[in-house]
Structure formats: C-alpha cells, structure tokens
Design a protein around this ligand. Structure first.
Ligand code: GDP
Length: 521
C-alpha cells in the first residue's frame, strides 16, 4: 500500500479514568509492541503505555507530556499520539489534536459524557476531526445504551451511529453483536484470553442457543430499534465529522478492542491536507513540510536537551537533509531524528506524512514552527486559549535573574503556559488552565534552570486579545483600561478583565472592538 494511504495518525481522548491508558495498552498489544496484557497499574506496562519522561510525572504519577506510539497492524501503520490525562494540561491535548487526522473518544458507560470529553470534542468539532466513540467498562453496571447514545448526541453535538450493540452489562454482560461485521462476539471475562466469536444469523434459533431466550428477544428488539432510529452507517459522513460510529466494550477485559481497531484502520482517514496561511498543503506533494506541535524537556535527565515533535505534512522527511526553519529563516540539518516505539526510541532515516519525528531541540523551536524545503509557508491552527488561572511570577533569588528569564522564555516556547506582561506595572503574569501547571513551572525552573520563582496572587477573570479597525476607539480603550492592558509574547494587545461584569461592560461600551478568547483570529 502507498506509504501515505496506509498511515493512521490519531489520538485517544477521554476524561481521566475512563480507560484511555488501558485501551492504549491493548492496542499496543495487538500491534505487537508489547507482549503481555496486564493490569494497567502494573508499573512496567504503565511505563510503556504512557509517557513518564519527566521527573515530575514520575513523582505525581500523572502523565504530563504527550508521547507517540507507532506500530504496524495488517497493512497499516498506526501512529497513536498519547495525551496527558490530567485536565490541568488540557492545552497540551488541544495542541496534540492539531497533529492528528482522527480521534477515538473513550467514554465510561456509567459516567457518560464528562467535562473533559466535552471540551476536547469542541476542539474536534472546530477542526472537523472525524471521531469514533468507544463506550468502555461494559462489564460494570452503567447507563442504558440508548440513553448513552442520546447523551452523546446532545452533549457532544454530533450524530452517532452504533456499530456494535451490547447484550446486557455488568454481571450479566454477555457480549456484543457486531453490527458492522454482522457477527456475535461473546464475552469471557478474562484479561488474557481472546474472546469467542461466532457467526450467527440473529434471526435464527442459533442466537437463543448462545445467549438464551430473553436476551435473544431483547437483542432483536434493540437492533430493530437501532435500525429504525439511526440511518445506515455511511463512511463519508464519518469522514466529514458529521457522524460518530460507536462501539461498546471493555478495555480492561480486552473485549471489543480488536473490533474497534479493525474498523478503525479501515475507515479512519489517512493523512489529510494541512492548512497553511498561504495555501493548503497536500500530503502527496513531493516536497517535505511539517510543523512542531509539541516540545518536551528532559526526556533523558542526563542530557539537558528537549525534543520537538514534528508532524510531517507533505513529502518525505529525510535525515541530514537541509530544511528551512521558516520563522528563523535558517537552514537546519537533523542528524539524529527519532521515532518512537512503545518502549524505545530509535533514529530514523526517513518519515512520511502522518508520521511524527522527534527532533533534538536546544531552544531553537517554538510551538507552531514550520519546516519546509525552502518555501515560506506558515502552518496554522495552533491557537492558545484564554487561560483560566493567573498569577504574578516573581524572582525569588536575585542572583539568578538571568536563569529565571531564560527558563520562563523556554518554558513558554514549549507551550507550558502563557506569559503576559502588564504594561502598567511591568509585572509578568503567567496564565494556565490549572493549578498543577504552576507547580510544574516552579519545579522545572528550579531543576532545569537553577532559578527560583515565587507566585503572587492576581485577581483576574479572563485574558482576551483585542483588535479593532477603529484606531481611535482602540486607543481610547487602552487609555481607559491602562491598568489592565498587557502584551503577549508576540506583542499583541491583551485585555485583562478582572470580572465577567467588567468584561461585559467593556464589550458594551466599545462596540467596535473585537474581544477574542483564542489567540488566533
Ligand atoms: P485513563 O485515566 O483514562 O487513562 O484510565 P485508565 O486506563 O488508567 O483506567 C482507569 C481505571 O479504570 C483503572 O483502574 C482501570 O483498571 C479501569 N478500567 C479500564 N477499563 C475498564 C473496563 O473495561 N472495565 C472495568 N471494570 N474497569 C476498567
């Protein structure tokens, strides 16, 4: 198969605890990347299935960084981009979603749609990313499947189409009918064993023989209802991100996972065209281009270098070839680009669209940077969202001012948080989506830059980027709000509103000013 067509680059997203890690581990198992299935809490597996490169992650047991896992499955090359489960790192996950061609959403059958799922789906909708939904933990008592489907449609604002259907749940869970392949998959609650699959015509008596009279009747009625309510599955509607196919299963029991994977590789999109400011770049174009969507530090604590993750958008990436770093207008060669297997990373000679290449980075890259063979293009679609928490960052060791400033700059380049400088008092404000990010920054400044910082409270509600065609009004606004005006790192004007009321008043009083809540507009 053609190198581009056979690639499937996607992310698994979920609210923490829905089973993302478990599902990832099972997929790796099918890909032959790990040999044994085991409980997720088993440390060895946990290490391979999640990224815990950073010391702080190990300490807290939270997956902070995003890692990449690749494997071959049938004729396909699968690239899974792992995302941090903790919601304080949601920004990281948003950015990872800019590098994928599709997503699998894991939903806990008892909890249904949770806050984080809703947020991540918003990003998928914005980008028209096709999604498949996996309803997990069917071995536990959960919500009624029809209710769950209604909830998915309402909460995630997408049409759904079940491609498998559960026979009971919890203690009485007997398996699923695979609508996509018209087959019955019977459940054996065993973490190690492959489950039994039988070809059954659901209209024949054979169904009763397998699941008993009552469940056979119920399944038939359910399936009739499913066919009545949901239009027949059409791959095109999935690829256009209008309909999300839904599978039921249990990741922990390895049930329904292979079915999910088999359908996924078949229907999920291969690398899609990428939008640059100047034009649309198609994957099959002969010349290489790519963008940096993620930078991680200290993968190897003995070497203080970072790794920048580059998504290949077009052409072929070749080791040691000269590439243009567009923002810096500089030609670079990469002698040791890496790719990532579940357990190891290795040097590669070439990579294709859809692949993620790890590039050693000693501070040359920023999130969103573009690499090409010479063309001056800029990939788009890496917006920063208005942070939700704000603190003044202060120097706690006057002897280390230089180190502190360098540390802050580099951490912001990595996209760990956002920096605003108040134009009135010159103080630096860090904006994050969660408390944990402040702790990570403080920890990393100390451990990597030998600098100490202190946080001081600042009462802010939102930061929004402002712009206007009406110069006079813009100036009048800045004058009126001079104590609350800041600049972001690109030098853009940011209004720091200290309450929702103030923000609304400002929007009313200055109707020619646009208030943006993401940095890209
Ligand atoms: P993540 O936070 O989304 O990565 O979730 P994990 O994969 O770490 O799973 C959270 C918890 O749910 C763990 O204790 C898993 O063992 C458990 N879990 C995952 N899948 C299933 C399942 O299919 N059935 C049951 N009963 N538990 C599961």
């Amino acid at each position: 198969m053609n190198e581009i067509e056979r690639r499937r680059t996607f992310a698994i997203i979920s609210h923490p605890d829905a089973g993302k890690t478990t599902l990832t581990e099972k997929l790796l198992l099918f890909g032959g990347q790990i040999q044994v299935a085991g409980a997720v809490k088993n440390n060895k597996i946990k290490k391979t299935a999640t990224s815990d490169w950073m010391e702080i992650e190990k300490q807290r047991g939270i997956s902070v960084t995003t890692s990449v896992m690749e494997f071959d499955y049938k004729d396909y090359k699968v690239n899974i981009l792992d995302t941090p489960g903790h919601q304080d790192f949601a920004e990281d996950t948003f950015r990872t979603l800019t590098a994928v061609d599709s997503a699998i959403i894991v939903v806990d059958s008892a909890k249904g749609v949770e806050a984080q799922t809703r947020k991540l789906m918003t990003v998928c909708r914005m980008r028209k990313t096709p999604v498949i939904i996996f309803i997990n933990k069917m071995d536990r008592e959960g919500k009624d499947p029809f209710d769950l489907l209604d909830e998915l449609e309402q909460e995630l604002q997408i049409k759904v189409r079940p491609l498998s259907w559960p026979i009971n749940q919890g203690q009485r869970f007997k398996g699923v009918y695979n609508i996509y392949e018209q087959r019955l998959d019977l459940f054996t609650p065993d973490k190690q064993k492959v489950t039994e699959k039988v070809e059954v015509d659901i209209h024949s008596d054979a169904l009763e023989a397998h699941v008993g009279q009552a469940d056979a009747d119920k399944l038939r009625t359910d399936l009739e209802l499913v066919d009545g309510v949901y239009p027949e599955f059409d791959v095109q509607t999935y690829l256009e991100a209008e309909v999300a196919p839904v599978f039921f299963g249990s990741a922990l029991n390895n049930f329904g996972v292979k079915e999910l994977l088999d359908c996924f590789v078949q229907i999920a999109p291969s690398p899609r065209p990428t939008l640059a400011e100047e034009r649309t770049v198609r994957p099959e174009e002969p010349k290489f281009s790519g963008f940096i969507f993620k930078i991680t530090a200290n993968i190897d604590p003995n070497h203080r270098s970072c790794i920048a993750f580059c998504k290949v958008c077009s052409g072929k990436f070749v080791r040691n070839a000269p590439y243009l770093h567009v923002r810096q207008n500089k030609t670079l060669r990469f002698s040791s680009p890496t790719q990532f297997m579940a357990q190891k990373k290795s040097t590669i000679d070439e990579a294709w669209p859809g692949d993620i290449v790890g590039l050693p980075d000693n501070g040359i890259f920023k999130i969103g940077d573009t690499l090409t063979e010479g063309e001056m293009i800029h990939f788009r679609g890496l917006p920063s969202f208005s942070p939700e928490m704000f603190k003044y960052i202060e120097n706690a060791d006057p002897m280390k001012t230089k180190q502190l400033n360098k540390g802050i700059e580099q951490l912001m380049d990595e996209g760990v948080a956002q920096l605003f400088v108040n134009q009135f008092n010159g103080r630096k404000i860090i904006g994050t989506v969660g408390q944990l990010q402040f702790e990570v920054i403080q920890y990393r400044l100390e451990n990597e830059y030998n600098a100490k910082c202190r946080w001081e409270p600042v009462s802010l509600y939102k930061a929004c980027w402002i712009e206007s065609d009406d110069e006079a009004q813009l100036e009048a606004f800045k004058k009126r709000k001079y104590q609350f005006m800041a600049k972001d790192r690109e030098g853009r004007d940011v209004f720091l509103a200290d309450s929702n009321y103030v923000l609304q008043m400002a929007q009313n009083d200055f109707e020619h000013i646009k208030f943006h809540f993401t940095s890209e507009f």
